[in-house]
Design a protein around this ligand. Structure first.
Ligand SMILES: Nc1ncnc2c1ncn2[C@@H]1O[C@H](COP(=O)(O)OP(=O)(O)O)[C@@H](O)[C@H]1O
Ligand SMILES: Cc1ncc(COP(=O)(O)OP(=O)(O)O)c(N)n1
Length: 264
């Protein structure tokens, strides 16, 4: 982007994390870092830190709808990502609002936090399957989320293929092995492709999935092809993990960096 040029508008529909690691905090800082203007629709407020989610307040669905409608009526949204939606009603609403906008829709199906807190129940999972996955451009589950969504306890490539059969492209994230991570990318009707990058050894990984899917959304907003967008998002996420690798913040799994540093 040249100085002074109007940035693309990227929208997140997600929850807040009072500890500043995941959710809206991760999304907006990532959008900003990558040169996009971030718009945000809050679905839920969480009382959360690096150790646990203490409480969740879900906003009324009418308020979620009002925020989406305000943004869409005024701003030229180039892509949208969803994070914690919090209820089946919110999932159905988001699917309805974005099914015919002609935008890239990135769905991070947030069901569980790093701390182990459950952020979505069975009804919500059914709503993802029924309403949101069919209208998503890309869905970015980790292995646990993919198992819940497919109800299959298989290897990541098999789950990525199964999910892609429901309509969207799939990026199944985060198989951390010895020294490397493998994300599986699957397109409907095609063989899944593994994308491998270096792993950062750190306990500071709270907000990693949100950061990755936010970066992916910015690249898709700029119409970068999927595989290249995934690779760039993983490179960005890895650089942020490296930046916070040795931080000492909180008593649990610390935040991935949302500060600016030397990014490779
Ligand atoms: N320790 C790590 N080092 C480098 N990359 C990582 C590490 N952990 C996760 N990633 C990458 O971060 C992105 C998000 O993955 P993941 O951690 O699975 O998300 P989630 O937080 O939803 O579980 C993926 O590209 C994944 O490969
Ligand atoms: C409000 C809120 N949204 C999402 C998450 C989950 O964050 P994510 O980055 O997908 O996963 P973790 O890195 O936290 O596992 C959250 N905790 N809170």
């Amino acid at each position: 982007m040249t100085d002074g040029a109007t940035p693309p508008v990227v929208l997140t529909v997600a929850g807040t994390d009072s500890g500043g690691a995941a959710g809206i905090a991760a999304d907006l800082t990532t959008f900003s870092d990558l040169g996009a203007h971030g718009a945000s629709v809050v679905t839920a407020v969480t009382a959360q830190d690096t150790t646990s989610v203490r409480d969740i307040h879900r906003l009324p669905v009418a308020m979620v709808a009002a925020q989406i409608d305000a943004v869409l009526a005024d701003l030229p949204v180039a892509a949208v990502k969803t994070g914690m939606l919090g209820s089946a009603e919110a999932v159905a609403l988001v699917a309805d609002r974005f099914s015919d906008q002609g935008l890239p829709v990135v769905v991070d199906p947030v069901l569980v936090a790093t701390s182990g807190a459950v952020l979505g129940d069975d009804q919500l999972v059914r709503a993802y399957r029924r309403w949101l996955l069919p209208v998503a451009t890309v869905v970015t589950p980790n292995l646990d989320e993919a198992r819940v969504l497919t109800e299959v306890d298989g290897p990541p490539d098999v789950l990525a293929r199964l999910l892609a059969e429901t309509g969207p492209a799939v990026v199944l994230t985060g198989g951390v092995g010895s020294g490397s991570c493998t994300d599986w990318v699957a397109l409907p009707g095609e063989d899944p492709v593994p994308l491998t990058h270096h792993a950062v050894v750190t306990g500071n990984d709270h907000g990693t999935g949100c950061t990755f899917s936010a970066a992916l959304t910015v690249h898709l907003a700029r119409r970068v092809p999927l595989i290249s967008a995934v690779t760039r998002a993983a490179t960005y996420t890895t650089a942020k993990l490296r930046l916070s690798q040795h931080w000492e913040l909180g008593r649990g799994r610390g935040p991935i960096a949302h500060t600016r540093g030397e990014i490779a």
